[in-house]
Design a protein around this ligand. Structure first.
Ligand SMILES: [Zn+2]
Length: 399
């Protein structure tokens, strides 16, 4: 199974210039090869030039023009020639079927926006600085370019492309994932509620704790970041502090990933259907509670606890995002169903009698229905309601 990913790149000014030159040179290679085919086609002999012949000239072109064409990856140039070949193949196919298609056209420099690298590791390298918390991709003639990698890449990266859109630069990857092997049905369904105290609670009353040492590593990371901010610029101490922060980042990230993979695998093995809260809606509705200022009615206390909770929450959010991506991908491969539901009221609704009230939840951990007296852990109640909402959505979908 092939999957595509597209990430925004953050090239330096120098790298932007190099990327621009790369497109320009690939564009002129494309146009030059087109010119050659055109001339041959218009000649009385109606010669048609093939990709193989043009590709065979590349070595010479590069040797003749080392300052320009010689700078870039050989394979990426072959890919550009292959693109032209495709355009011609489509042209001749339409001619044969009786159409009168337009002859393949020259491209203006501003209309040539993509360079393909057919194989990771050949003229380019995805994740070229794996020991650094910042992801980079290296291109021959350009260097290591920073990437905003907003989601994990699953599987082995096959092809890499550079794409220009307006003033932005993107890297597009295709990755190959293991063929899906559907698991046999278990007849079990489950709802999950993601929390701070526990990583998640499920509708069967079970809890999955947070990654071991995750909190301690996060605290260490915070301390390291603070000591980094106190270091003088360009000092030896600062260099050391930067490395320490990077190491800790990597550690936290790896633990979180391992934990997410394991948790997702357990769920997917045991259940045919998994319902979870829609994080996007949840982030919109669950703003951190403010503390009213007793001395000043209508005012709020600027307390450190709220800021701290905000930080913990943002760390947790990042973890859940990664987890849900992994869960969805594993479920897809295994033929399981995952549904996201609107989380509103899931923590305030009684699963026994349906009574909805904020008073049903006297504190973070307790659920005690004021209508029927039902008592349970608040997160278990949340997970039960998520499961119900998920099943309703599934039934509605199946109509
Ligand atoms: Zn009740």
């Amino acid at each position: 199974m092939i999957r595509a990913y597209k990430f925004l790149m953050r090239p330096t000014v120098g790298q932007q210039r190099a990327l621009g030159d790369m497109l320009k040179d690939h564009c002129s290679l494309y146009n030059g090869a087109l010119q050659e085919r055109r001339d041959a086609y218009r000649h009385v002999s109606r010669t048609s030039i093939k990709y193989g012949q043009q590709s065979a000239q590349l070595k010479e072109i590069r040797a003749f023009d080392p300052q320009r064409q010689g700078r870039w990856s050989f394979s990426s140039q072959q890919a550009t020639l292959r693109r032209l070949d495709k355009a011609f193949a489509a042209f001749f196919r339409r001619v044969r079927s009786g159409d009168t298609p337009g002859y393949p056209r020259f491209r203006g420099v501003n209309w040539f926006d993509t360079v393909d690298f057919p194989k990771d590791g050949d003229g380019c390298r995805w994740d070229s600085t794996p020991h650094d918390p910042t992801t980079r991709v290296r291109f021959q003639g350009v260097g290591h370019v920073k990437v905003n990698q907003h989601r994990p890449v699953v599987g082995k990266v096959r092809t890499v492309s550079v794409k220009r859109e307006g003033k932005r630069w993107y890297v597009v990857l295709t990755a190959e994932q293991a063929e899906p092997e559907p698991l046999s049905p278990t007849g079990s369904v489950i709802g999950i509620d993601m929390g701070i105290a526990n990583f998640l609670a499920d509708s069967n009353g079970e809890f999955v704790p947070n990654p071991r040492h995750g909190r301690r590593a996060a605290a260490k990371l915070e301390a390291a970041q603070q000591s980094l901010s106190r270091c003088k610029r360009r000092s030896n101490r600062r260099r050391k502090a930067v490395r320490k922060v990077a190491d800790l980042h990597r550690k936290v990230r790896r633990r979180r990933l391992d934990h997410a993979h394991k948790t997702a695998l357990d769920l997917v093995r045991q259940h045919d259907f998994i319902a979870h809260e829609d994080l996007r809606i949840r982030n919109m509705v669950k703003a951190p509670a403010q503390k009213p200022d007793p001395d000043q009615p209508g005012g709020f206390l600027p307390n450190g606890a709220a800021a701290k909770a905000g930080l913990n929450k943002s760390i947790a959010d990042a973890g859940w995002g990664v987890f849900l991506t992994i869960l969805t991908s594993k479920a897809e491969s295994a033929g399981r169903e995952v549904i996201a539901v609107d989380p509103r009221n899931t923590s305030r609704t009684c699963p026994e009698c349906g009574h909805v009230a904020a008073e049903n939840r006297p504190d973070q951990e307790t659920f005690h229905c004021v209508g029927c007296g039902h008592q349970a852990h608040a997160d278990t109640v949340g997970a039960t309601n998520v499961l119900r909402a998920g099943l309703v959505r599934r039934d509605a979908r199946q109509g």
